[in-house]
Design a binder for this molecule. Structure first.
Ligand code: C5P
Length: 337
């Protein structure tokens, strides 16, 4: 399973803006499974180096030199506004991938999501969607805290997949080192309490609660850094709010509410119990035992819906798992509406 799975992409190298990136774009797309056709206006090779293209063509990737009429699924014009307008007329039947201002952002951030969105039939076009991701961090003094090893990768991948499906996406994130996915508004916060406030502030059509919310927090947060003493230090802990359960019972409950469950054993039983106890529309369970999902680039999940259905996805890259979860959630939402 690759994201672009043989989709045919025409790279039209038309004038200088962005054309120097031709080789990098083609390589990135071909490695994501696309078939890439490069069409250059005469002399374009001076913008990216003719030898570099010859080298790329010899690498055995699915990249070839093609005519302007090459049969394609989408079009990416490497050139300025005038070139884009011309191609829009010439190949009006193709979805056009809009490259952001040349050179401002690395292609690794926008190219794949923008292309996948252009190729998508955007089933979630008019939906507002919230995704929570990452860990929460519960401080007991200025520099010490309680947290967990969630990297946020699964939630970020879901936010991106939902944007590709056409939704307007807000990502509520605990501390992570990840770049914000393309096209998405991100709200950064730290504690479960702050996450609760962000999640309950507005109503959304769909909510994915993928964050690994800390279940406990220290009762007291001391000012400054507490100096170490000789003896032990006992902390008193209290439960954090269960954001998902509260959202489920609230006036801002979304049309589709999906929770996550990270378990080390008896995954199905616990996941189904949570689905019922928190009155969810679906739950995505992953096995975090034995070095499982936390921090990894790949994952394997089981999805359970409120009607008793179950499906599993993976093992695969989190980006691919996210696309599968979004497609599954689309089905859940369609059945509810
Ligand atoms: O009960 P458990 O913590 O395993 O449930 C996991 C689900 O509940 C996840 O979707 C998580 O984001 C959410 N959760 C929450 N607030 C908490 C704990 C978990 O929203 N305090």
């Amino acid at each position: 399973m690759t994201l672009l799975n043989q989709r045919r992409l025409l790279l039209a190298v038309s004038d200088e803006p962005a054309a120097s990136e031709t080789i990098a774009f083609a390589r990135l797309l071909a490695s994501a499974g696309a078939r890439v056709g490069i069409h250059e206006v005469p002399g374009a090779a001076r913008w990216f180096g003719a030898a570099a293209l010859e080298h790329l063509l010899g690498e055995g990737l699915a990249v070839e030199r093609v005519a302007a009429s090459w049969e394609a699924d989408a079009l990416l014009v490497l050139g300025g506004a005038a070139a884009k307008r011309e191609w829009q007329v010439q190949r009006a039947e193709l979805p056009l991938v809009q490259a952001p201002e040349a050179g401002r952002f690395p292609a690794s951030r926008w190219l794949l999501p923008c292309l996948l969105r252009a190729l998508s039939n955007r089933p979630w076009e008019s939906l507002r969607l919230l995704v929570t991701a990452g860990p929460t961090v519960e401080h007991f003094d200025a520099v010490r805290f309680l947290s967990n090893p969630s990297s946020g990768k699964m939630g970020y991948a879901l936010a991106e997949a939902a944007w590709i499906a056409g939704a307007e996406v807000i990502l509520v994130s605990g501390p992570t080192v990840l770049d914000t996915p393309w096209g998405i508004r991100r709200i950064d916060l730290t504690s479960a309490q702050e996450m609760r406030e962000a999640v309950l502030a507005e109503r959304y059509d769909v909510v994915f609660m993928a964050a690994a919310v800390s279940d406990y927090r220290p009762v007291e947060r001391r000012v400054g850094k507490v100096k170490k003493g000789v003896g032990p230090w006992t902390l008193e802990m209290e439960r954090t709010p269960d954001i998902l359960a509260e959202l489920s019972a609230s006036a801002v409950r979304p049309d589709l509410l999906i929770g996550f469950a990270a378990e080390t054993h008896d995954m199905e039983r616990y996941a189904r119990e949570k689905l019922r106890a928190k009155s969810l529309d679906g739950i995505v369970a992953n096995d975090v035992g034995a070095g499982g999902a936390f921090g990894s680039d790949s994952n394997c999940v089981q999805c359970y819906d409120g009607a008793g259905g179950a499906v599993s996805f993976g093992p695969a890259e989190k980006r691919e798992i996210a696309a599968a979860i979004v497609a599954w959630a689309e089905g859940c939402l369609a059945r509810k509406r």
